[in-house]
Design a protein around this ligand. Structure first.
Ligand SMILES: Nc1ncnc2c1ncn2[C@@H]1O[C@H](COP(=O)(O)OP(=O)(O)OP(=O)(O)O)[C@@H](O)[C@H]1O
Length: 891
């Protein structure tokens, strides 16, 4: 096609542009206007390599001699140059419905202008110069490269923050797609080209970019200016990095660019500089060789010690993409430390605090190693075995694997061996030799030994999550068996928040394989400032006062936000739930008696914000409390779990079969999201159990509180109706917990409440307690199980064939409400509230932390205010709480 020599259109808009980051903004908007309003336009490609933009006919229209330019033939051939005025001109005249813009006199219009100007004055020039010095400049100048890439990164940091809780840059709520996005997207789509890794470094920007690239008009807008898709955009280079055949050259190009950028940054201590840039815009002086005395500071800031991105940890790019999709901005400490070691094939024993991201720390390197191996050896075999103590955790880890392998799903096949399925089904699950198997030790060993379905012959990596608990759950024998079956050289990775005495036992079991010495990562010293986000309180009170305080706390919303309450046993969980119901406080119970699917569903629904309070009976960790006070809580003796009927029991292990699931456990490892508070309604009996329970809050850098009710020795057993054996040694346990937390620089503070103000509520508390009789508790417990049975898919089929049995069960279900209903308790009359309002109940404002995520939205819908209690978004089929209603007894 001949090069342009002048304007060619007689009417409409004529666009003169080229396929560069700056050049595509006008074509994208014109494509949008065409799609929305049918506005046609004419385009001429101005090849900047041939300097068409310097020709006089062009500079008559655009004296700056740059693309893009538009000419509006319908308005007398009016010409506009520069991106910002082109975008605003076009929307002012041709976007009457403000589909891509905002009313000119609105603040949003001004905000859009500001971001477009930010792109013009900041992002465009900085990234443009980064590209120039990386590719066009006759010599590679490290100073210039690190300076411009660094500045572009600083600017992307700003955009990333802007987009953290928005879909689009400007507009109300999560924003409205507009010319601000269109102005910036061109630059954002060419970042790999300058060594910037959006998914790893700026995940919110990356997510936004992908959102924009999904629009057909945006896709066309990128192609129109040059007439063909560019080979430098992020999606194209990502394909190259993922190893697409024929794109080896491009892959090499990106890798070289990354190296040049990394070297340039290293040479000038880029991160130090970056901080100075942030502070005052310019580095004072370059200090390529810092003096020795500045070393301590330097070790923190030098690139080797600076926090690497996920991409820099050496993970497969497809995993990095998936990580970005989950909005993980940067690796956590345990991920930074453990991933490189695991990738090198080292054995790792790692102790890191609860909620610090240990799952990703072992799953990611495992998947990365598998993906790497598959590029040369695609034969299917089980390369990774992840052992966890509970079925809930197995389910969670399996889901994490699915999420992390979202962009390589065809290359990663995982299986979970904890379902209630027969050997035959398990065999078929394992028949295709999944790359990764997640299982409890008993189930894994059973599949190896009895059914032979699981082969460990070629296993490359064994992971023990919650390693100490795996041992204390009585899986030692299965573990010893598995250890013996491991091939020589298989890597072992063990993780937990509490590993100490178990270390030796684990070493004994796995050390004998003759592998290299394991690296022990004890990350407790490095917990740092993050810990401040967890505030711990304890309240010394009488046995019945617990109920009073709990009633007030939840009814008057002294604690706001999702909350986990731990109680000593199952009966107590129903008792507290029914007690709360008397005051219209809605909650949900979680215990080992419920079927696994129900348990998983409850956790998922809690995480989705469907309800706010879970009352969990942590009977498992109580039973197996590993360091119980005075040794009164015993460890099981080689007691293997009986997960379900599908696993034939080991002859030695036949002693005990309970209805309860022995592989239940909610205080360990379960990733309850955004838990504002953990309440130990009944104290745990060991310090490690406490650590894991409180670890359900303040996860992933969020804030949270833990509140524990402690029964002083002299008050134990004084209120028989509410007394519970496990609390007899509360004070001793508290002392132990306090010592343990002090070692971690954490403090437990007394929670003071205004006793006299609380007294006014006591008769209501007593009324409610009296209404929750033993019979009512039993009914609630049975009813709950019955409902779950009715829901079971397998039983549904059975009942279809045996309808009479169903009606028996249903009729039985009508037995019900034996809790006395007391409508007067549902509300808190104003005369009961202290003059100063509910705050006066706390004698000192020790301050509950704000639970809403900073800057975030509260997903939970509440209505009503002071004294009205919580109002959950419930109702309809989705309301899991409905299952817990107790109905009137029919007979
Ligand atoms: N790099 C990261 N950035 C942001 N969030 C993260 C990151 N890594 C993990 N998370 C999130 O942090 C939460 C806690 O992670 P995870 O469950 O792996 O913690 P854990 O250390 O295993 O905790 P526990 O000891 O209680 O089992 C999860 O919601 C996870 O998605």
């Amino acid at each position: 096609m001949a090069d342009p020599t002048g304007l060619i259109a007689k009417s409409g808009i004529e666009l003169l542009t080229f396929g560069t980051p700056n050049g595509v903004k006008a074509s994208i908007l014109l494509e949008e206007l065409k799609e929305a309003y049918g506005k046609e336009y004419t385009v001429q490609s101005i090849h900047i390599g041939k300097n068409i933009q310097k020709q006089p006919w062009y500079t008559d229209l655009n004296p700056n001699g740059r693309i893009p330019t538009i000419v509006d033939h319908d308005r007398g051939g009016f010409a506009v140059f520069e991106g910002l005025p082109i975008l605003t001109y076009l929307t002012r005249h041709y976007d009457p419905e403000h589909k891509f813009s905002f009313p000119v006199d609105s603040d949003d219009y001004s905000v859009a202008e500001q971001w477009i100007a930010w792109q013009h004055g900041g992002l465009g020039p900085m990234q443009g110069q980064a590209g120039h010095f990386l590719r066009a400049a006759p010599e590679k100048i490290p100073w210039a490269i690190q300076r411009y890439v660094g500045e572009a990164e600083r600017l992307y940091g700003i955009l990333n923050t802007r987009l953290a809780d928005r879909d689009y840059i400007v507009g109300p709520g999560r924003g409205q797609y507009s010319i601000a996005d269109i102005s910036i997207v061109g630059w954002t789509n060419y970042t790999l080209n300058v060594g910037i890794d959006l998914p790893g470094q700026f995940p919110h920007v990356d997510a936004w970019l992908k959102r924009l690239l999904a629009r057909p008009a945006v896709q066309r807008g990128f192609v129109v200016p040059s007439g063909e898709p560019s080979k430098a955009t992020n999606p194209f280079l990502e394909r190259a990095l993922a190893g697409e055949a024929g794109l080896e050259e491009q892959k090499k190009g990106v890798e070289e660019t990354r190296k040049i950028v990394a070297d340039a940054k290293e040479k000038y201590g880029y991160n130090t500089m970056k901080r100075k840039h942030d502070a005052d815009g310019e580095p004072a002086t370059a200090q390529p060789n810092p003096e020795p005395e500045s070393k301590p500071v330097e070790t923190k800031t030098k690139p080797a010690e600076a926090e690497p991105s996920f991409a820099e940890l050496g993970l497969d790019p497809r995993l990095v993409q998936a990580i970005a999709k989950q909005n993980f901005e940067k690796p956590t400490l345990v991920q930074r430390k453990a991933i490189p070691l695991a990738l090198q094939g080292k054995d790792v024993l790692c102790k890191a605090k609860t909620g610090s991201g240990k799952t990703a720390a072992y799953v990611l390197p495992l998947l990365s190693v598998i993906l790497k191996r598959k590029t040369t050896d695609p034969t299917p075999f089980t390369a990774g075995l992840i052992l966890v103590p509970t079925r809930e955790l197995a389910d969670q880890v399996f889901k994490a694997i699915e999420q992390f392998s979202a962009f390589c799903a065809k290359d990663i096949h995982a299986a979970k061996l904890t379902e209630n399925v027969s050997d035959a089904v398990q065999r078929s699950l394992l028949a295709s030799a999944p790359d990764v198997v997640v299982a409890t030790p008993a189930r894994a060993w059973h599949s190896v030994q009895s059914s032979g379905a699981l082969s460990l012959e070629k296993l490359q990596c064994l992971v023990l999550d919650e390693a100490d608990l795996v041992l204390s759950y009585g899986y030692d024998e299965d573990m010893e068996n598995i250890a013996r079956a491991l091939p020589k050289g298989a890597q072992t990775v063990m993780m937990s928040a509490t590993l100490s005495a178990e270390l030796e036992a684990l070493r004994k079991i796995f050390g004998a394989r003759g592998g290299p010495e394991a690296v022990v990562l004890d990350l407790k010293e490095e917990f740092g400032a993050e810990d401040e986000k967890l505030t711990q309180f304890y309240a010394k009170c009488a046995e019945d006062d617990k109920w009073l305080i709990a009633y007030l706390i939840f009814k008057l919303q002294l604690i706001k936000g999702p909350c986990l309450i731990f109680v000593a046993d199952i009966d107590r969980s129903y008792r507290l739930k029914l007690f709360f119901e008397q005051f219209s406080i809605r909650s949900c119970v979680l215990n080992s008696e419920l079927p696994i699917n129900t348990r998983i569903k409850i956790i998922e629904e809690f995480n989705r914000g469907i309800y706010d309070i879970i009352i969990a009976s942590d009977e498992k960790s109580e039973l197996f409390g590993d360091e119980a006070v005075d040794g009164e809580v015993n460890k099981p003796k080689k007691q293997a779990p009986k997960e379900d009927e599908a696993v034939p029991e080991h002859p030695k292990k036949k002693k005990r079969r309970q209805k309860k699931d022995e592989e239940y456990g909610v205080s360990r490892g379960i990733d309850f999201k955004n838990v504002a508070a953990v309440v130990n309604f009944d104290m745990p009996t060991s310090a490690s159990s406490y650590t894991h329970r409180i670890g359900r809050t303040a996860r992933a850098g969020r804030a949270g509180i833990a509140l524990s009710f402690v029964i002083p020795k002299e008050l134990y057993g004084k209120h028989r109706p509410t007394s519970v054996k496990s609390t007899e040694k509360d004070e001793k346990v508290l002392a132990k917990i306090t010592r343990q937390q002090e070692k971690l620089n954490r403090k437990l503070q007394p929670y003071n409440f205004n006793k006299s103000q609380m007294e006014a509520f006591r008769y209501r508390m007593n009324d409610a307690l009296r209404a929750v009789t033993r019979v009512a508790i039993r009914e609630a417990r049975t009813k709950e199980l019955r409902q779950e049975l009715l829901r079971s898919e397998t039983l549904k089929r059975y009942f279809e064939e045996n309808p009479t049995e169903l009606s028996h069960l249903r009729n039985d279900g009508e037995l019900g409400r034996v809790t006395r209903q007391q409508p007067h308790l549902k509300h808190v009359p104003d005369y009961l509230l202290p003059k100063d309002g509910k705050k006066a109940l706390e004698s000192e404002r020790i301050g509950f932390v704000p639970f809403k995520k900073e800057g975030g939205k509260d997903r939970r819908h509440r209505k009503g205010g002071k004294g009205k209690g919580r109002s959950f978004k419930v109702g309809g089929r989705k309301d899991p709480l409905k299952t817990f209603k107790v109905r009137r007894k029919a007979k």
